[in-house]
Design a protein around this ligand. Structure first.
Ligand SMILES: [Cu+2]
Length: 211
């Protein structure tokens, strides 16, 4: 009990001020960065870089990490004609996740009201996409995408929008030229009857017109 009171006395407050906020936060930042680098490696740091500069169009390799239940980053900006490799990695150790990209919702009626099952408009419709580095893919639905495979073909499935369902620790690379579909798009995970989506597993993509 006395310890709690001591920690709030005047002498302690003065001591904290003398130590210096700069040193404290500087040290904290270095420790945190080392911890993050050790835990997640360079992909994670690249993700932070992407998020920091998210207002500029993202070309080249764009990492999207799947967690329970959110994406990192939550916003992407592409420009029509950009060459992009979307590198999706499921960082969860327990949950299957997907990344569906589209606009609007298809719904099914339930006693609790209509529940979205997928997007109404599939971003990948008619889009040529090269699929590579697929590991631990539970199933891949191509729908109307024009796919080319590099390396082993993942397990395939039909029905629904284009989506790779990725097992814990799995990953896939999708390489494509951003099609002429400017506007605002959503991405999300519809696993477990839309519960992942509702829990926060969604994001937005702004596609800018060609320059
Ligand atoms: Cu999910």
């Amino acid at each position: 009990m006395s310890k709690v009171i001591d920690s709030h006395n005047g002498a302690d407050s003065v001591g904290r001020r003398e130590w210096g906020k700069g040193v404290f936060f500087g040290t904290l930042t270095v420790v945190l960065l080392i911890g993050i680098a050790v835990l997640f490696g360079r992909y994670w740091l690249e993700g932070i870089y992407q998020r920091t500069f998210e207002k500029t169009p993202m070309q080249g390799t764009v990492h999207v990490f799947q967690f329970d239940y959110y994406y990192e980053p939550r916003h992407l900006t592409w420009r029509v004609g950009d060459h992009v490799t979307l590198a999706i990695r499921n960082m969860s150790s327990t949950h299957w996740h997907e990344m569906v990209i589209g606009q609007g919702f298809d719904t099914v009626p339930t006693t609790f009201g209509p529940i979205p099952t997928q997007f109404k408009r599939d971003f990948w419709d008619g889009v040529p996409v090269t699929i590579s580095d697929a590991t631990h893919i539970d199933n891949l639905v191509l729908n109307h995408a024009k796919a080319t495979f590099v390396g082993p073909k993942p397990n395939m499935a039909t029905g629904g929008d284009f989506s790779p369902t990725i097992q814990p620790g799995g990953s896939i690379n999708l390489t494509f030229t951003v099609p002429n579909k400017p506007g605002n798009w959503d991405y999300g995970c519809f696993v477990q009857q839309y519960m992942h989506y509702m829990a926060g597993m969604n994001g937005t993509i702004t596609i800018l017109p060609a320059k």
